[in-house]
Design a protein around this ligand. Structure first.
Ligand code: PLP
Length: 349
């Protein structure tokens, strides 16, 4: 059977993933048959994973990071909640997050049997007072989002970390999407900005690595040890990852992308993507749409045109927020000329 062509990116405005950097694509192919889940056998990819974690530490402001390359943000978030639950001394653990947190935390709470409490946001950001109200002595983790899925907004991480500290809970930052643009902003989000314990940052999103390459970075080894499981028949004696066999392609491509782009390439990309987001926001506002002011390169706007189906039939892929706004993610593959033809198509309605 002839395989269908994969989706091309020409009209994709909905995805939080993008075309891998050429070096990342090549590295992924070379390491396709390697398994970092078995580091005793696949030594070179295991060494690459150490390098990946060091680079993720540079990006997130941690001089001595621990962590690993996960399958994506979902796994990293589940593992962060698992660390928090395992280290805490309670029979009735809960996690407190803003309502804007990604749905992977719902999965985490479900599989880990942890109560999940969400606080209403103010202006699309976590409201520290609302978060503090939900925290109690059984809270094991306070979640902050740095680059929210729907609006690309950043929570007040130092304040959330302080709330976590008051009840000896961990502070987890979900920068799965925002992590590779935030270093070029004034936001306080990383290990050097606040008492952050665990952090999700995905090379396969803004990092321009091949899928699957998520990242979990933790403050110190003791946190990672909360995940350790004995592995009697492998050469290594324990494993902290959620999956067993893992993608060496993801690990190698993460390193290749970060070596190629950190920091200057990512900075240039951030500038381009942000310019595009602001341009699109202006264009939509000029047409009378209610636009959520972009903070990171993501534009949400209330569109009155009967949008999705018509746009879809013209090949556009756009997403929606929970409030039914149109959502355009200005990923690296999204160019100004793409956005010009998108706006021209909108004008057609
Ligand atoms: N966290 C945030 C903020 C996200 O935007 C996403 C996905 O878009 C995730 C976590 C989940 O990441 P993944 O789909 O790689 O599991």
């Amino acid at each position: 059977m002839q395989l269908a062509e994969p989706q091309d990116f020409e009209r994709v405005l909905s995805s939080m993933c993008t075309e891998p950097h050429p070096a990342a694509r090549e590295a992924a192919e070379r390491f396709l048959a390697t398994n970092p889940g078995d580091p005793g056998t696949y030594e070179s990819v295991a060494a690459l994973e150490d390098r990946a974690v060091d680079l993720l530490g540079e990006v997130t402001g941690h001089p001595d990071p621990e962590g690993y390359v996960a399958s994506g943000g979902t796994e990293a978030n589940i593992q962060a909640v698992r660390i928090a639950r395992n280290r805490a001394d309670t029979d009735d653990p809960n996690v407190v997050a803003p309502a804007s947190a990604h749905f992977s935390f719902t999965k985490a709470a479900d599989v880990l049997d942890v109560e999940y409490r969400t606080a209403p946001t103010t202006g699309h950001r976590a409201d520290p007072d609302a978060m503090a109200e939900l925290v109690d002595e059984d809270t094991v983790c306070v979640v902050g989002v740095a680059g929210s899925t729907e609006y690309g907004y950043v929570d007040p991480i130092p304040e959330l970390a302080a709330i976590a500290g008051e009840v000896d809970a961990l502070c987890h930052v979900d920068a799965a999407w925002g992590g590779f643009v935030l270093p070029f902003t004034d936001h306080e989000w990383g290990f050097d900005d606040a008492d952050v314990d665990t952090l999700t940052i995905d090379p396969h999103k803004m990092g321009q690595a091949a899928i699957p390459a998520g990242g979990l970075v933790v403050r110190d080894r003791s946190l990672l040890d909360e995940l350790a499981i004995r592995t009697p028949y492998l050469e290594s004696t324990s494993q902290v990852t959620l999956t067993g066999t893992r993608s060496g392609a993801g690990v190698a491509s993460a390193v290749a992308a970060m070596e190629a782009l950190w920091p200057e390439g990512y900075r240039e990309q951030y500038d381009r993507s942000m310019d595009n987001a602001e341009w699109l926001a202006d264009q939509l506002a000029a047409r009378g749409h209610d636009v959520v002011e972009p903070d990171l390169p993501l534009v949400a706007a209330d569109l009155s045109v009967p949008m999705t189906e018509e746009l879809r039939s013209r090949g556009w892929r756009v997403a929606k927020t929970g409030a039914d706004e149109m959502r355009v993610v200005c990923m690296p593959h999204v160019t100004r000329s793409m956005l010009r033809s998108f706006v021209a198509d909108l004008d057609w309605y």
